[in-house]
Design a protein around this ligand. Structure first.
Ligand code: ATP
Ligand code: MG
Length: 716
């Protein structure tokens, strides 16, 4: 009888085996979610080591996150033993790029001990350059320049490679010049940013044959996970390294390409077959992760996209339960409902680790965090900060704390010069000295120092204004409801304006978070009660060992799986995002749909989709329409359940109106005045009356009145 399979081949299906055993020549594994692409890559690595086709140091394996790299290392260790200890080239593109660059730094004018700047450092540096060049910083913010430079680096372009057309968008064609200055400055500082880790290495490989040949010899085998999300510089880099031996195996899924906004190019899948002629393409079709209903639901949604490479997926798992679509009244009810479902699951013997809540945008985590804290459900936020720990939230809270608790020195220090108001370190140091000398809090010292001549006239004016502002805000606090006060403070301090002036993609998210903060405040009676709540939340850092519910964005969930996934906020304007809708085009909508596909396919056994009929947006209640993706779920794979009658007919009514799926459906379409009144919104003062509202007044009738206002039509 034939010898038994080595452990790493056991249980693999035929095409997976093929992917593992085809070690020579280019291989592209193109397959849908949950078909074992990552599993096959892991086994392939084990195979190469087990059969001694290569030493651990001769294999380059790229994962999308550090966590995925750790997991792969562990798994291979279990399969073939400790050899993996010495796998120096297993990691993310950035980690591998940094390691290589340290060895050859001098070739691009750096020393091997160069520092890697984070985004904040990068921005500070750009600001200095913008000022030195006497550009108007308000018009041409550092973040915009930073974003532009990143995008060039993602494309593998050094300053001298830019065309005239490339840099028109910044400061009337001075982008290229600023980019060159920035690179020079980095060199002088013996520093580089994240983009340089790959770009410098690419430059070195392009210009130093001996280095290129050294790595082409070294890397007998190259493997890449999540290949659909590689950007150009990564692709060029891989192509150079693999050109000699051509033993490269990439695995990916075009339907899961969700990082085009960061320069990822799904076209790299097509380029692969062109650049590596004769590449073996392997398709995996058996899904081991999800039940047929979950797969059917995901497939139905993604089928609406055009230009797909197309794949078949099947599974042998039991049918399981249909995807549940739950319509709820509003955001708080959504959070409550998810909490209830999780507690029910726990009673049925599931662990908290089995549950994930997947949000489209970071700010959506807040309602769940608050709810879970209230009911004592441990949770973790993956791939981001917990809501109240985000920089802009801490800044805003600092303003509120100085108003409510004038002796809060830390808070004062945090915002004294944020946004910039010409209060340098020197001036702040003087305030500190006076505070220490007289044994008073910083706010008091700030007021007293105005009577001295210790400050420069400019610092004195700024500090005087700030002290005046705080006095006024405190007085306002006596009259205004506290969420309104917060809004005023953020406006009058220039804090909101600071982020509005910021043109980076990230700034919009920060503004959304600030709005979400004000929304959260509406749920508390007083500013004091709210701040008390926040300090309790901040203190809730439970130990790492304990089982926890995971809350994360869909982007961060790529490659992961959970027994039960709650997909929340499936409403037009939330998911697909308002930004995608505003941009209009088919491309951004299709990327949202791929996100929906990624989201659904994270679930192993249970997928629950939630949408709320009302969201508070910028302080106003707005009725929302269920996401078009809800309408795209095949009927046989989902069941709609709603806490209010009329929920199902609601989206049918809404969608039957629209034959063009790309028609502009922005927030609040189809909402009539009657609906607003019924929802408890005062039309004359939609944001007013910051009392805690209760909505338990016959929601069913309210919803039906909306549905009938839009008229019932044919089923979509
Ligand atoms: P994604 O596209 O989401 O990254 P993937 O294709 O990488 O998914 P994996 O995460 O590798 O899929 O595998 C999905 C699940 O299926 C995992 O739990 C894995 O252990 C399991 N699996 C993979 N191959 C097999 C197999 N041959 N037999 C049994 N289970 C398998
Ligand atoms: Mg995977």
């Amino acid at each position: 009888s034939p010898p038994a399979d080595p452990p790493y081949l056991q249980g693999l299906n035929e095409p997976q085996r093929d992917a593992v055993l085809t070690t020579e020549g280019p291989v592209l594994v193109l397959a849908g979610a949950g078909t074992g692409k990552t599993a096959a890559l892991t086994r392939r690595l084990a195979h190469l080591l087990w059969t001694r086709k290569a030493y651990p140091s001769e294999i380059l394996s790229v994962t999308f996150t550090n966590k995925a790299a750790r997991e792969m290392r562990e798994r291979v260790g279990q399969l073939v033993g400790d050899v993996v200890e010495g796998m120096p080239w297993l990691g993310t593109f950035h980690a591998i790029g940094a390691k290589m660059l340290r060895r050859h730094a001098e070739l691009v004018g750096l020393h091997s001990n160069f520092t890697i700047l984070d985004t904040d450092d990068q921005l500070r540096l750009l600001k200095q350059l913008i000022q030195a060049e006497e550009l108007d910083e308000k018009r041409w913010p550092a973040r915009q320049l930073g974003g532009l430079i990143d995008s060039w680096k993602n494309k593998g372009l050094t300053p001298d490679m830019l065309d005239a057309g490339d840099n028109e968008s910044y400061a009337n064609g001075r982008g290229q010049h600023m980019y060159a200055l920035y690179q020079e400055r980095l060199k002088a500082l013996n520093a580089c940013d994240f983009g340089d880790l790959l770009l410098h290495m690419l430059t070195i490989l392009r210009t130093h044959r001996e280095v290129l040949e050294q790595y082409q010899q070294r890397f007998r085998y190259i493997m890449v996970d999540e290949y659909q999300d590689t950007n150009s510089v990564q692709y060029l880099w891989l192509r150079l390294l693999a050109q000699e031996r051509k033993n490269i195996c990439c695995v990916g899924d075009d339907d899961q390409s969700i990082y085009s906004w960061r320069g990822a190019q799904v076209e790299n899948i097509l380029k692969f077959e062109k650049d590596f002629p004769g590449a073996k393409v392997i398709r995996l079709e058996q899904n081991y992760r999800s039940t047929p209903h979950i797969l059917g639901a995901a497939s139905g949604v993604i089928a609406q996209n055009s230009g797909r490479l197309g794949k078949t997926l099947w599974t042998e798992l039991d049918a399981g339960e249909k995807v549940r679509v739950i319509g709820v009244w509003d955001g708080p009810e959504e959070a409550r409902r998810v909490g209830d479902e999780i507690e029910r699951g726990q009673r049925d013997g599931k662990s908290l680790d089995d549950f994930a809540i997947l949000v489209r945008a970071q700010h959506q985590t807040r309602e769940f965090e608050d709810r879970f804290i209230a009911i004592g459900l441990p949770y973790r936020i993956v791939g981001g900060f917990r809501f109240y720990e985000r920089a802009e939230i801490r800044d805003a809270l600092a303003y509120l704390r100085v108003v409510a608790q004038p002796a809060d020195d830390l808070a004062f220090e945090r915002i004294v010069n944020t946004p910039k108001r010409g209060l340098g370190d020197k001036a702040v140091a003087k305030v500190h000295q006076l505070a220490r000398r007289e044994g008073v809090p910083l706010t008091t010292a700030a007021a007293r120092i105005l009577d001295t001549d210790e400050l420069t006239p400019q610092a004195r004016r700024s500090l005087g204004n700030l002290a005046g502002d705080f006095a006024r805000w405190r007085a306002m606090g006596e009259e205004l409801p506290h969420p309104e006060l917060a809004r005023q403070i953020l406006d009058e301090s220039g804090y909101t304006a600071m982020w509005q002036a910021d043109r980076s993609a990230e700034a919009a998210g920060r503004l959304e978070n600030l709005n979400e903060l004000v929304r959260a405040m509406e749920e508390y009676e007083t500013l004091g009660a709210f701040l008390e709540h926040v300090s309790l939340v901040m203190d809730n850092d439970a130990n790492a060992e304990e089982a926890k519910v995971t809350i994360m964005t869909i982007h961060a969930a790529k490659g992961l799986e959970f027994d039960t996934a709650f997909l929340v906020g499936w409403e037009e304007g939330v998911f697909p995002s308002q930004r995608a809708l505003d941009e209009g085009g088919q491309a951004s909508l299709e990327e949202e749909r791929r996100l929906a596909y990624v989201a659904i396919t994270r679930a192993r056994r249970v997928a629950v989709i939630l949408h709320a009929a009302n969201r508070r947006i910028y302080g106003q209640w707005t009725s929302s329409i269920p996401s078009r993706f809800v309408g795209e779920l095949p009927g046989e794979h989902h069941e709609a359940e709603t806490t209010m009658s009329g929920g199902e007919s609601l989206w049918r009514a809404n969608w039957s109106e629209r034959s063009d799926p790309f028609a502009d459906v922005s927030r609040g379409t189809g909402r009539g005045p009657g609906w607003q009144r019924a929802a408890g919104v005062d039309l004359k003062n939609p944001g007013g009356g910051y009392t805690k509202r209760s909505f338990n007044r016959e929601p069913a009738r309210v919803l039906e009145s909306k549905a009938s206002a839009v008229s019932f039509g044919a089923k979509p």
